[in-house]
Design a protein around this ligand. Structure first.
Ligand code: PLP
Length: 446
């Protein structure tokens, strides 16, 4: 068997500047704590498919129905990927071609809506996403976007969780053609059955943007939106740990419409190397090891959140059921922007984030968002999460920067004990430090 794959020597010889970027990024990934909730470390197997000659192939169309010759080999990858997605998510149809999450969402809009139609989705400042009808996105420019939010922080049992009463009221008032659930900063699981009921009452298509949490669904760690939704769009690179990209699954009755919306309405040729890499990630995600990983991601997120909360960082909604938490830093007296910068200085990578009803503008924000997909892939567990919480708290309180070097040293100790991409400079991927390696060579959590 012949593989012509990533040849780093060739890159170094031809383009040392970009070679330095590639190695520099690997060093950055390995030397800090990666707590951005939407990032992860794709496995060597996923990266091998991505760095393959499949990148060369034009394959407009779908398996068996292409607009180019020579697609018989790539057809196999896409067909396998589709079958794996259907089996993993219990879906009637899958499309692996969307280039990204935003593209998958655009395809869903394109399949069901006409310009000017009304959509109802979570507002961005309450945890939604740019593509859910903000004015700077096609979704807000071309459609009449109405937004729901979360309940206020009134100390009640559902404080800061989705306001389902408001969703129902707005749906009755505006009769949206599409009702959308999901977002990028929602720490709690979503009541998909409640959304379905509201969508049915007003005759709306029910779309779930599961970009953030689909990996937890794949790992059977949280309930699935697939039985409830007309279409579920998602990214493949977050908890799911695949290549940078998008995907969608849907009911069979919508399959032809959605396929046509992906191609030719919205995209040209698929990225066949990415499609193959998605198939690899789906195989990994179907393993018992990945299910353990998904459960550990949540256990870690809860441990991290609890430890931060003890230190006065208030978790929005009081906690988390998923891979991410939103922490309100108002009581600590530090803005999200300053916290992000101070953590960055100490080797801890996370992002500022607006909290619901935030008094600060989004560019400053009162909160931070933390996520555990990447550190869990590195094999860290709840014990490490408590240490990380301590380091975050120290970094956030370190106004002058005098503690940054000492914190960075402890970050270094943690990531040395649990390395990302464990391998030496010349040799193959090493045995994982904690637990047996999974299908892709990623360590399982301790
Ligand atoms: N939808 C949600 C909920 C997201 O969180 C994101 C990205 O973070 C997207 C869509 C867009 O994905 P992409 O950046 O791949 O276009």
């Amino acid at each position: 068997m012949t593989f012509w794959g990533p040849d780093f020597d060739a890159l170094q010889q031809l383009d040392p500047e970009i070679a330095d970027v590639v190695t520099g990024e690997l060093t950055r990934l390995r030397s800090g704590l990666q707590l951005i909730a939407s990032e992860n470390f794709a496995s060597p197997a996923v990266l091998a498919a991505l760095g393959s000659t499949l990148s060369n192939k034009y394959a407009e169309g779908y398996p068996g129905k292409r607009y180019y010759g020579g697609c018989e080999v790539v057809d196999v990858a896409e067909s396998i990927g589709i079958e794996r997605a259907k089996a993993l998510f219990g879906a009637e149809h899958a499309n692996l071609q969307p280039h990204s999450g935003a593209s998958a969402n655009m395809a869903a809009y394109g399949a069901f809506l006409q310009p000017g139609d009304t959509t109802l989705a979570m507002s961005l400042p309450h945890g939604g996403h740019l593509t859910h009808g903000t004015k700077v996105s096609y979704s807000g420019k071309w459609f009449n976007a109405v937004h729901y939010g979360v309940r206020p922080n009134d100390g009640g049992p559902h404080s800061e969780d989705i306001d389902y009463d408001q969703v129902r009221d707005l749906a009755r008032q505006h009769r949206p053609k599409m009702l959308i659930a999901g977002g990028s900063a929602i720490p709690r699981t979503i009541d998909f059955a409640a959304f379905r009921e509201i969508a049915d009452e007003v005759g709306a298509i029910f779309m779930v943007d599961a970009a953030h949490f689909i990996g937890l669904v794949a790992g059977k760690a949280i309930p699935s939106p697939v039985p409830h939704a007309d279409v579920v769009t998602f990214t493949t690179h977050k908890v799911l740990r695949g290549p940078r990209g998008g995907m969608l699954v849907c009911k069979a009755e919508h399959a032809a419409k959605l396929d046509k919306a992906v191609f030719p309405m919205m995209q040209g040729g698929p990225l066949m190397h990415a499609v193959a890499a998605k198939a690899v990630a789906l195989k990994e995600a179907a393993s018992p090891n990945y299910q353990r990983y998904a459960r550990q991601v949540i256990a870690n997120s809860q441990a991290l959140t609890e430890a931060l909360s003890v230190e006065g960082m208030r978790p929005v909604t009081g906690g988390t059921d998923t891979h991410l938490a939103l922490l309100d830093l108002t009581e600590v007296g530090v803005t999200g922007r300053d916290a992000e910068q101070r953590c960055d200085r100490a080797g801890i990578v996370l992002n500022k984030n607006a909290i619901p009803y935030d008094a600060q503008p989004a560019s400053i924000a009162s909160g931070i968002r933390v996520g555990t997909p990447a550190t869990t892939t590195q094999g860290m567990g709840e014990g490490e999460m408590k240490q990380i919480a301590g380091l975050i708290v120290r970094a956030v309180r370190d106004e002058s920067g005098t503690d940054a070097a000492a914190i960075r040293e402890q970050v270094g100790a943690l990531v040395t004990a649990h390395p990302a991409y464990p391998r030496d400079d010349t040799g193959p991927v090493q045995a994982a430090p904690a637990g047996a390696p999974d299908a892709g060579g990623n360590p399982s959590p301790s």
